[in-house]
Design a protein around this ligand. Sequence first.
Ligand code: V4E
Length: 236
Amino acid sequence: MTVEVERKFVCDAEVIGRLKDIGAQCIGQRQFQDQYFDTLDFILTLKDFWLRCREGLWELKCPAVLGSKPVTEIETLCTRYKEITSFPLVQSEVRRIIKEHTAEGSESNSSQREQTDKVRENEDTDCCPTDDKKWLTDLNMVCFAEFKTERCSYILEREEGTVRVDLDKADFDYCVGEIEVLVPEVGDINAAVQRITKIAAELGLSCEKKVQGKMDVFLQRYRPDHYTKLLSAHIL
Ligand code: V4E
């Protein structure tokens, strides 16, 4: 498993020019469609878990607990998420999170009790992930965000290692850049943050405010209730 350490930035013509100046190599352009899933009461996202299907590949991004917490202002600009990409592991982790949540506050809430029952039923009948989306319906999960992205990817080779930069344009007319380093789960997250911070400086990124990701903007525009809940829970 890997931890994705990432800093978003406003992607304008100036930064694109700077990318070439500092020796970034374009490694390709592609388009993909993402679907994100959660329960109707947002069990996953309110705990900062993000379940995604991208072109048939499943991924669960989980808040990374290992590694030191951000201390400086600059360090808080980088997000850290553990990525689970094995489909059986994604399924078992999602089931675990929902089950734990429903067990926590179940007694007074009958809809949650129904959901727990569903999870229990599934344990007996749905161990084999043959039908792609059936497991989601069984857990009462729905798609809450769906969009396409055009991505242009670059790499920067530095002494400390390779850094990746993605320039994304979502189909709801939002552009964002990301500087990204993948670290093994037991790896040095701080070193990754330093590498990202160095590239950000080379790109002349001065903004010290967090830049909105595609999901922030999507939810703000199209799912304002969900967005407000995530803001209140300090997830976004
Ligand atoms: C982790 C997360 C979300 C899931 C996907 O986020 P992101 O990495 O922005 O998407 P994308 O398309 O670049 O995925 P990749 O190709 O890198 O796998 S949606 C919201 N979050 C949480 C989050 C946060 N709290 N703060 C910031 C700045 N970004 C994301």
